[in-house]
Design a protein around this ligand. Sequence first.
Ligand code: TYD
Length: 140
Amino acid sequence: MNTVDDVKMVEFRDFGDERGKLVVIEGSRDIPFEIERVFYIYDSDHDIIRGQHANRQSEFVLINVSGRSKVKVYDGKNSKIFSLDKPMTGVYLPSMIWKDMYDFSEDSVLLVLASAHYDESEYIREKEVYEKLMHAQNGD
Ligand code: TYD
């Protein structure tokens, strides 16, 4: 069972030279899964909270390729906050972690790499349902 201790910051290779910067992310090499889906979130106001769900199977890497945001992760017991503010740094989220994305700067472009195609049935969008599942697995 995954916990917030399995959520990790990831540093990517940055091939910067006098022409500018170039960051490379290769599936299964720089991140622990093959990339099946890419989406990005922008134009979210500062006071908006996105995410607010957990995924039964999908794993994610979140990168603010522009601007800043924060990700709060929760495993039914503990929570941690990660700040995303560099194009060469992301955060890896394994499956079954509750996530809230918030504090978006005006120029925030939050790139998300996902391990699976979109499937609404693997989303858990009710926090009480998620907590019950996690507590049952914990034997709480
Ligand atoms: P949602 O999961 O609420 O986004 P966030 O995690 O940022 O809060 O998704 C918003 C809408 O977009 C919802 O109707 C589902 C749809 N969607 C897709 O069709 N495919 C996708 O890959 C994603 C992430 C969302």
